[in-house]
Design a protein around this ligand. Structure first.
Ligand code: ARG
Ligand code: ZN
Length: 848
């Protein structure tokens, strides 16, 4: 069942062209598939196609219908015996998209037919060599009822419309660019749309369309703006131009992931397309901008140059995430973007990297490839590309990526091919860097300083975690940006060290007094710094690097919380330094991040054995001390930025909302009537979803009576807006109210909730699983609830179920009591009859 990277073999066949016809009906779909095939390896006799749950109607070879003795049907394959060197295979088969709840292959989202084929969905549409190194030219005809499905889409350019006298019609699409089957897409439905155009740098006019449910057209404008910005950016930064006459995006409500970069026909989770001021938060707008760009950037990093096999996934994902992060940094505040990206990395990837499901960005084996669309492959993968960028610098990096595009355009390649281009174009040896692709776990760096006679010594020791099987791993090679400040806070040295050995010492001379170290600036390497003592309060005041200034604040706060946990004593120096931050005159969205205290996840990562009760207590205590001590200042900041109310999306107003809402969440700790009134007023007068959601969340967690009123009001207003209802479910499932589980159970029966829609499951069940206080309840009720959900959802949608299994990843780090409860539930799930390989793979790793 397990697939290994080392077993990779070149394909024995090539598919030159593929012609597909889809006849869509209400009960079933008939697929006709004609492939022009050439044998590449003449020793090969039979053609073994991938085919999952397909009803075969007819198979013919070079126009002659094949008798059943000429082919073998197995669970996951269709094998045609004894094929010639060049031939045409034509297959007719039947599928049932209406019953497809796994949302993989061809399925229905509401009334819309759509597809999701990455990584291996295509084999459940029609028999094929469903692997990314088989690249072919696709021509697709879609035929359906004219009234129900006026819009018929597939990849490439529209080449023909077929009208007929009955109620059906058809459209033929042709994609001239050879592509793997995972990039195939089809959409049929009665859709609304908005259109625009983009003229590329060489003067080609491209038609841009965004399709959505009828009535949502006016929520597509931000996505369209983002698309045009992304197209411009990729031309300017990477010299990459779009290559078809048309670019289509379709928003659907039922989608397993964020979005999919199908050639010329991106399909999106509607959460990453639809937005207006009444229904979307500032964070939603940012998220749309980044995902739209991400999928667009895949056209070159993913589609034109794709992966040889799925072990190379980070080749396209790591690189494309790096590209979308840089795009967002250019579009918004670069300093805020960097901090947000690192925060996300630590919350998700660091936790994964410390768990039994950890894996290198290039894994060696998998049972279900769907389980490897992870924070490690994506976000750590992006950090790895960022380090290459740091080594090369902007100019050489541009030269190297040009070389990459020139050399490998139209091919399916490996991460080694990418690194070849980087080292050749960048004129640098990256051999030692490759460990980043093959090792797992977050590297640590122990930092020790000494100072004597004007000489400052920095001694660095790499601490490399062992593999899951307790094998030793090698030291890493990475850029470490640093700065030294003198006692007045003036920067006296800026340098990028290259760390390569297990242990090394760097010496800096001619100082009058011991300088203050600012290390891993910009988070130049995705590592954990271990340092006994550090001048955090000094760095909070004087560090000129916005990332390490933020970092100093976080570290100081974490240290303070740790002390609170063991001794109940507050570090006054921290409180004082925090007061200094309140007065800082910096960009307000950056300031909102500086003022944020460490998350539960961040505190948890410092504990040998996790105890959430202790974490919550200490966190509450610190928040309360801060809120009490600085109450007036905080209220001032709140008022100054709350008025005048505005729904502008300009950076200035986004920043005002960010700081004001940060302050409100800190004031929350006072749990006073005054704060409740502030939140109530904010809810009632809010012009934006950003303000409304924060106010609602604060009210809910203050446990005041008005919370019920506001929640009811919110529900009534938005019950028909499924994207807004996700927020509603998330607030209730994340609540600190004692009866949260009871309410979650009840909400499952709400008429808005639907267990088949991943967004809704993620916002209700997923949010509860992240509600540490109640998910980890000592009576085991949280675990039991989630285990039951996993068993039920696994039968509907295995990908969604295995996603929920992730909440159990912390199992081995929990105290014995919770660990035993978790294991009991996991054993129950894994012994369920017919459990999917997706859920099996995750749980099996945790239980081992
Ligand atoms: N390639 C898509 C993206 O990153 C994600 C596809 C995820 N598919 C999956 N089966 N997990 O934009
Ligand atoms: Zn991607």
């Amino acid at each position: 069942q397990t697939k290994y990277l080392k077993d990779y073999k070149k394909p024995a066949y090539a598919i030159k062209t593929v012609d597909l016809t889809f006849e869509l009906f209400e009960e079933e779909t008939i697929v006709t598939n004609s492939m022009q095939i050439t044998k590449a390896d003449t020793n090969e006799k039979d053609l073994k196609l991938d085919a999952v749950s397909l009803e075969l109607l007819e198979v013919s070879l070079n126009g002659l219908k094949l008798q059943e003795s000429r082919y073998i049907i197995e669970e996951e394959n269709l094998t045609i015996i004894n094929v010639p060197t060049e031939f045409e295979i034509k297959i007719k088969n039947k599928i049932y998209p209406q019953n497809n709840t796994e949302l993989e292959g061809l399925y229905k989202s509401g009334d819309i037919f759509c597809t999701q084929n990455e990584p291996e969905g295509f084999r459940s549409i029609t028999p094929y060599l469903d692997r990314p190194d088989i690249m072919s030219v696709f021509t697709t005809t879609v035929v359906a009822d004219k009234k129900k499905y006026p819009i018929l889409l597939s990849n490439g350019n529209k080449i023909k419309c077929h009208e007929s006298f009955d109620e059906r019609h058809g459209v033929t699409w042709h994609d001239p660019h050879p592509k793997p089957s995972y990039l195939f897409a089809l959409v049929a439905g009665d859709l609304g749309s908005i259109s625009d155009e983009f003229v590329t740098m060489s003067g080609n006019k491209i038609v841009l369309n965004i399709y959505c449910d009828l009535g949502n057209e006016n929520k597509c404008h931000h996505a369209m703006r983002s698309l045009k910005e992304a197209m411009k950016w990729d031309e300017k930064k990477y010299g990459r131009e779009y290559d078809l006459e048309i670019y289509n995006i379709v928003a659907v409500d039922s989608f397993n992931m964020g979005a999919m970069e199908n050639k010329g026909l991106n399909i999106f989770n509607s959460a990453y397309v639809l937005a207006d001021m009444d229904t979307a938060t500032d964070a939603n707008f940012m998220g749309i901008e980044s995902v739209i760009a991400h999928e667009y950037f895949h056209n070159w990093t993913g589609n034109r140059i794709t992966c040889r096999d799925w072990f190379q996934l980070t080749l396209k994902e790591g690189l494309t995430v790096f590209r979308d992060q840089c795009f967002s940094a250019d579009m918004n505040s670069a300093e805020v973007q960097r901090i947000e990206d690192v925060k996300a990395l630590r919350e998700r990837q660091f936790v994964e990297d410390a768990s039994p499901t950890r894996h290198p960005i290039q894994p060696e084996s998998y049972i279900s490839m769907n389980n490897f669309y992870t924070a490690t492959v994506y976000e750590k993968g992006a950090e790895v590309i960022r380090m290459v960028h740091t080594f090369l610098g902007e100019k050489k990096y541009a030269k190297a990526t040009d070389l990459y595009f020139e050399t490998f355009d139209g091919q399916a390649v490996t991460t080694d091919d990418f690194l070849w281009a980087m080292s050749k174009g960048g004129d640098i040896n990256l051999e030692a860097f490759k460990t980043w692709y093959h090792q797992s776990g977050t590297p640590r760096l122990k930092v020790e300083e000494s100072f004597a006679n004007g000489t400052y010594k920095l001694s660095l020791t790499q601490i490399i975690p062992d593999t899951l099987e307790d094998r030793k791993q090698k030291p890493y090679y990475y850029p470490l940006k640093m700065g030294l400040l003198d006692e007045e806070g003036k920067e006296v040295l800026v340098k990028t060290l290259i760390v390569s050995k297990e242990h090394e010492t760097f010496v800096f001379e001619n100082f009058e007094t011991k300088p203050v170290l600012s290390i891993n600036r910009d988070f130049s390497a995705p590592i954990i710094i271990e340092q006994k003592k550090s001048e955090y309060d000094f760095l909070m005041q004087y560090d000129t690097n916005s990332f390490t200034q933020y970092e100093a604040t976080q570290n100081f706060a974490l240290q303070t919380i740790n002390k609170l946990i063991s001794s109940d004593e507050i570090d006054k120096a921290f409180v004082q330094a925090y007061g200094y931050l309140l007065d800082l005159d910096v960009d307000l969205s950056y300031k909102a991040l500086l003022l944020e205290l460490p998350s539960v996840s961040a505190i948890m990562q410092l504990q040998e054995k996790i105890d959430f009760d202790v974490i919550y207590t200490a966190q509450d205590k610190l928040l309360k001390i801060i809120a009490q001590k600085f109450k007036n200042k905080l209220l001032d900041i709140y008022k100054k930025n709350h008025f005048p109310a505005s729904m502008s999306l300009d950076a200035e107003y986004i920043a005002k909302r960010a700081i004001k809402n940060r302050v409100l969440k800190i004031l929350f700790a006072l749990k006073s009537d005054e704060v409740a009134q502030l939140a109530q007023k904010q809810y009632e007068e809010s012009l934006t979803m950003t303000d409304r959601i924060v106010a609602l969340d604060v009210l809910e967690n203050l446990h005041v009576n008005y919370a019920e009123v506001a929640l009811q009001d919110f529900y009534n207003k938005y019950k028909d807006e499924t994207l807004v209802m996700n927020k509603y479910f998330a607030i209730l499932a994340s609540s600190s109210r004692y009866d949260v589980l009871e309410r979650v159970e009840k909400l499952q029966r709400d008429k808005v909730y639907d267990e088949k829609v991943p967004n809704l499951v993620r916002s209700l069940v997923g949010s509860f699983a992240r509600n540490h206080k109640y998910f980890h309840a000592k009576d085991g009720s949280g675990y039991k609830f989630l285990a039951d959900k996993i068993i039920a959802i696994d039968k509907i949608n295995p990908q969604m179920a295995s996603g929920l299994c992730g909440a159990f990843k912390v199992c081995n780090k929990m105290n014995n009591h919770n660990q035993n409860l978790m294991k009991k539930e996991l054993s129950r799930v894994i012994s369920t009859q017919g459990l999917s390989k997706n859920s099996f793979e995750i749980i099996d790793k945790i239980l081992k």
